[in-house]
Design a protein around this ligand. Structure first.
Ligand code: XIL
Length: 356
């Protein structure tokens, strides 16, 4: 509490000084004027990116300087890769995996099964449920083995639980394969690659206690039955003022207590959840900075073995999916439109400096 008060006091002094950097932190030796997260951090720090973005030299320069982990924003999803029963579109995924390798980045696979990225031909597949499952098994083997040794981890299933009730979402997977389908998909992924890390990924696990309990129950059940699962992806689409830091900490700790690796897998911090702002105010940018600090600080409280990575869902504010999703102006990421690091970036740096 005292630490937080001191930090908030610092924030307002910081605001009054109108400085972009923190007076507490040694200046970076790089002539950019800001530290690389990838150098400071004891765990990988990443961003979700698109194949075309990393071909842009301005984008690549900043992305590769700051980060050492990469997730495909959408080009490793089923509806992009699996264009028809016997055809695959690998080019964008291959390019991203290659980029990650060329720049010594960890590449996280996202996602083998997600109801929102199921190809239409599969959704409408006419054939038996057994054939449907055989197709999925084949897709998992083909995709996981293509990137074996290059992709360190996969989200095997994304967003399988309903908000509020914590019941299983009525997806084509649930409806055709029955309620135990998740266990079989994790088994198939493990059979495809004995070493790749297997994650379950979902949102609102911090704010929705019922949903969180349902996912924890699934983990407990998997572990009791010997179904492989290595980690949990907490998407962390949060706001500058909610959910509470306690809920965020308790959620990370609950999954870590099961021995899982924790991936803050799609972090973004809404600065304008009320939709009232037309530009990012200095105060709101500082509040976003404080929230970034708090989240990274909480992540650092986990045992090192449980810290998989923190991944931001995009690099620059104008690229954020949230703008289209909520239909409001939004500035939820670490860099502005000109590739300049925002106060939130320095909140991340400060949390890391505090840990070293
Ligand atoms: C979003 C991407 O950002 C968009 O570009 C795409 O059109 C739809 O998906 N939860 C997830 C991510 O697991 O895959 C979603 O990404 C955001 C919500």
């Amino acid at each position: 509490m005292l630490r937080r008060c001191i930090f908030l006091l610092f924030l307002f002094v910081f605001a009054a000084c109108d400085s972009g950097n923190s007076p507490d932190i040694d200046p970076p030796d790089d002539d950019r004027g800001y530290h690389a997260l990838r150098q400071l951090s004891p765990f990988p720090v990443g961003a979700a990116v698109q194949a075309a973005q990393v071909q842009n030299p301005d984008f690549s320069d900043v992305f590769n300087y700051a980060f050492n982990s990469l997730t495909a924003e959408y080009q490793m999803k089923q509806n992009v890769i699996w264009t028809s029963r016997n055809t695959y579109n690998w080019a964008p995924a291959d390019a991203l995996v290659q980029y990650g390798q060329d720049h010594e980045m960890q590449v996280h696979g996202h996602a083998l099964l997600w109801h929102s990225s199921t190809p239409l031909w599969l959704e409408n597949f006419v054939g038996s449920d057994e054939t449907f499952e055989a197709l999925l098994l084949d897709y998992i083997f083909t995709t996981v083995q293509r990137y074996q040794g290059k992709v360190i981890s996969w989200d095997v299933v994304n967003e399988a639980f309903n908000d509020g009730s914590g019941t299983l979402r009525e997806t084509v997977f649930r409806n055709r394969l029955g309620p135990d389908y998740l266990a079989r998909m994790f088994d198939y992924a493990r059979q495809a690659d004995p070493d790749v890390l297997l994650f379950y990924n979902d949102y609102n696990l911090e704010s929705d206690a019922t949903k969180r309990r349902a996912v924890l129950a699934m983990v407990d059940d998997f572990q009791a039955r010997g179904i492989p699962i290595d980690g949990i992806g907490l998407q962390m689409h949060v706001s500058y003022n909610s959910p509470s830091l306690k809920d965020i900490k308790d959620t990370m700790q609950a999954f870590a207590s099961r021995g899982l690796k924790i991936h803050l897998s799609e972090l973004d911090i809404r600065a304008n959840p009320g939709g009232d702002l037309t530009s990012l105010t200095e105060l709101r940018a500082l509040e976003q900075r404080a929230r970034t600090f708090d989240i990274v600080d909480a992540f650092l409280d986990l045992p090192a073995a449980n810290r998989f990575a923190i991944t931001w869902w995009g690099l620059r504010d104008p690229d954020s999916w949230l703008i289209g999703f909520w239909g409001n102006p939004e500035w939820p990421l670490l860099f502005d439109a000109d590739y300049a690091p925002k106060p939130a970036y320095f909140g991340f740096v400060e949390a890391l400096e505090g840990a070293s």
